[in-house]
Write a protein that binds this ligand. Structure first.
Ligand SMILES: Nc1ncnc2c1ncn2[C@@H]1O[C@H](COP(=O)(O)OP(=O)(O)O)[C@@H](O)[C@H]1O
Ligand SMILES: [Mg+2]
Length: 277
């Protein structure tokens, strides 16, 4: 089971959008995928139209003694499952103040094998929940819009992940940056993309996610752009980025996909080349 955390200390950089669409694309490629919403503001849960869950069927349940992943009823969507966030996460945060409270999610996921990939969506703030994500993960993806504040947030997140790697989770790989909401017409976007590529070279995912109105649309019925607008830039960009991630992370070696249906979803994708800075 491969655990991936989506983090950026800056908000609005595409963490939640990436969690949903990487999950959907991996699901279409035949992987068994679970997304866990660890953001107390529950944007992922709400975007997918999932109602406020009982605490026992929410990500809060991961922070209980003797809980196994199979005890938590995940919501089944088109191609992936979700453990939604509960509004009670905020209230419980104050109680989770012991050093060992960063270990809850890791312990639950360590003993589970019902999924091939688990994606952890986090809030912009560094909280016990985002630390749990970094401690449980093998890989961190930092979605970043090529603009000043998201880049600063992304570099801070890189440092936080490196600190977690040194002190708490030696299994954690160095983070990977994923450019989101890229607008080729903006000169500043070119500059910030060049800056990050120069500085972090192969830690930057080559395929970028461009701005796409289809991605900004919330369908609220658990479906994604792959069902609703499969030929949109959003669908093609996330299909391409997911294919690259599967290769880069070596997930393909762990479990050959049963279907190759992202091909069916985005037939034009082979003609899409990553944009050059
Ligand atoms: N590639 C994109 N094109 C257009 N809008 C996007 C794209 N990615 C994200 N958005 C929109 O930007 C906003 C912030 O994205 P979100 O994924 O919620 O960020 P985060 O989880 O990092 O706070 C949302 O309204 C989302 O719909
Ligand atoms: Mg979010």
């Amino acid at each position: 089971m491969t655990v991936l955390a989506l983090c950026n200390h800056k908000g609005g950089t595409g963490k939640t959008t990436s969690a949903i669409h990487l999950a959907a694309a991996l699901g279409l490629s035949g992987y068994r995928v679970l997304v866990i919403d660890l953001d107390p503001q529950s944007f992922l849960t709400r975007t997918l139209g999932i109602a406020e869950p009982p605490e026992t069927a929410s990500s809060l349940a991961l922070f209980q003694h003797e809980v196994a992943l199979g005890d938590i009823d995940a919501v089944q969507l088109h191609g992936f499952d979700v453990i939604p966030a509960s509004s009670v996460l905020t209230k419980q945060m104050r109680r989770l103040n012991k050093p060992t409270d960063v270990l809850w999610v890791k312990e639950v996921l360590e003993n589970a094998d019902s999924y091939d990939v688990v994606l952890l969506d986090t809030a912009a703030a560094i909280t016990v929940y985002s630390l749990n994500a970094l401690v449980a993960a093998r890989y961190v993806i930092i979605p970043v819009t090529p603009e000043y504040q998201p880049i600063v947030g992304a570099e801070q997140t890189y440092k936080t992940a490196s600190m977690v790697r040194t002190r708490l989770n030696p299994e954690l790989d160095l983070p990977l940056f994923l450019f989101t909401q890229v607008d080729a017409r903006k000169r500043a976007h070119h500059r910030y993309r060049q800056y990050l590529r120069k500085r972090y070279s192969d830690r930057v995912i080559k395929n970028v996610i461009r701005t796409s109105a289809a991605l900004a649309t919330s369908y609220s019925d658990g479906t994604t752009v792959f069902e609703n607008n499969p030929y949109s830039r959003g669908a093609r960009d996330y299909a391409n980025a997911t294919d690259e991630l599967i290769r880069v992370l070596g997930i393909a070696n762990q479990k050959p996909p049963q279907t190759a249906s992202t091909d069916g979803v985005a037939p034009e994708r082979s003609s899409i080349q990553p944009m050059q800075p």
